[in-house]
Ligand binder design. Structure first.
Ligand code: A3P
Length: 285
C-alpha cells in the first residue's frame, strides 16, 4: 500500500519489484540474464518515465534509415524484460531494445557487445510522470491513488525497478566513459532535439542527410508523437480517462505537483545521498 492505503499491484522477485504486466513472470525476469546480445543491438536503458518511447523512436529511425513513427506496434520489442527472449530473438537486426532493469539483471554479454544509451530525467519530473503512469495503467489497480500517497513510495525506493538513486548511480558508474555507451539527458532533448538527434546518430555510427535529421526531429516532437495513430492511449493498457504515455512532455511539471513541504522532504532525502555521486558531478540538477 502507498502512504494513503491505496495498493499498487506489482510482483516481487530477486529482491526487486517488477510491474505486473500481463505475461511478465519470474521466468521472463530470469530470461533476461540469458539474453543473446548482438553487436548491432541498441539498448535504451533508464529508470521508467525518462524518455524511453522518445529515444526508441529516434533510434529506430536512425538505424533503419526510415523516417516513420512506429509507436506502440513494436511495444513487445521495447521490453525484453516483459516480452521474453523467445519474442525478441526473431526480430531482425538492427534491433532497438529497451529495459528498466538494473545492471545486476541486465544481460552481461550486451554490456560489452552492444550499444547502450542511458537516459536520465530530473527525478522530480520522473516521479510525477510515474505517478500518472501508475494511476493510468489498468494493471496496477491504482485508480484511487493520490500524489500524496505515491511520493513516499518513491522516496522509500519501493517503486518497481527500485530506488531511483541506486538505479541511476549504478548505471552511471558502469557506463560513464565506456566507449559503447552514451548518457543522455531528457532535458537536453527538450532543449535542442535536432542537435541531440545528430549526437545520437554519431554515437550509433550512422550518417544520414540533413533532411533526414530534420524529418526525425519533426516526427519525434511531442505533438507529433502524441498524435501518432497508435498512441499508448489507444491500447488496452491505459484507462480511458488517462492521458496515456504522452501526457505533457515537459521539464519542470513537478512544480505543479509538489507542495513546498514535499519539495523540502524530497531535497532532504536526495541531497545528502547524492553528494559525491557521478550523477551529481555529471548531471547535476
Ligand atoms: P510526462 O508524463 O511528464 O508527460 P517513457 O517513454 O520512458 O515512459 O516516458 C514517458 C514520458 O516521456 C512522458 O512524460 C512523456 O510525455 C514524455 N515524452 C515522450 N515522448 C516525448 C517527446 N517527443 N517530447 C517530450 N516528452 C516526451
Amino acid at each position: 500500500p502507498d502512504a494513503e492505503g491505496n495498493t499498487i499491484t506489482m510482483i516481487e522477485h530477486s529482491g526487486f519489484h517488477w510491474p505486473l504486466f500481463p505475461g511478465l513472470s519470474q521466468r521472463l525476469v530470469e530470461d533476461l540474464a540469458q539474453f543473446k546480445a548482438r553487436p548491432d543491438d541498441t539498448w535504451i536503458i533508464n529508470w521508467p518515465k525518462s524518455g524511453t518511447h522518445w529515444c526508441w523512436e529516434i533510434c529506430c529511425m536512425l538505424v533503419s534509415g526510415k523516417a516513420e513513427l512506429l509507436q506502440q506496434s513494436k511495444v513487445t520489442a521495447m521490453y525484453p524484460d516483459c516480452a521474453g527472449n523467445a519474442e525478441v530473438e526473431p526480430i531482425p537486426s538492427p534491433r532497438v531494445l529497451n529495459t528498466h532493469a538494473t545492471p545486476d539483471n541486465f544481460p552481461k554479454e550486451a554490456l560489452e557487445k552492444s550499444k547502450l544509451i542511458y537516459t536520465v530525467r530530473h527525478p522530480k519530473d520522473a516521479v510525477v510522470s510515474y505517478f500518472h503512469h501508475t494511476k493510468g495503467i489498468k494493471f496496477y489497480d491504482y485508480e484511487r491513488g493520490t500524489w500524496a500517497g505515491f511520493l513516499p513510495v518513491f522516496l522509500e525506493g519501493k517503486n518497481e525497478y527500485g530506488d531511483w538513486i541506486n538505479h541511476t548511480e549504478s548505471w552511471l558508474s558502469l557506463l560513464d566513459g565506456k566507449p559503447n555507451a552514451l548518457i543522455l539527458k531528457f532535458e537536453d532533448l527538450k532543449k535542442d532535439l535536432r542537435k541531440e538527434v545528430q549526437h545520437i546518430a554519431e554515437f550509433l555510427e550512422v550518417s544520414r542527410s540533413d533532411e533526414f535529421y530534420d524529418d526525425v526531429t519533426r516526427l519525434c516532437s511531442f505533438d507529433s508523437m502524441k498524435e501518432g495513430k497508435l498512441s499508448g492511449k489507444d491500447s488496452d493498457v491505459w484507462r480511458a480517462e488517462s492521458p496515456g504515455v504522452f501526457r505533457k512532455g515537459e521539464s519542470g511539471d513537478w512544480k505543479r505537483h509538489f507542495t513546498v513541504a514535499q519539495n523540502e522532504e524530497f531535497n532532504r532525502h536526495f541531497n545528502e545521498r547524492l553528494k559525491d555521486t557521478i550523477y551529481a558531478k555529471k548531471i547535476g540538477y
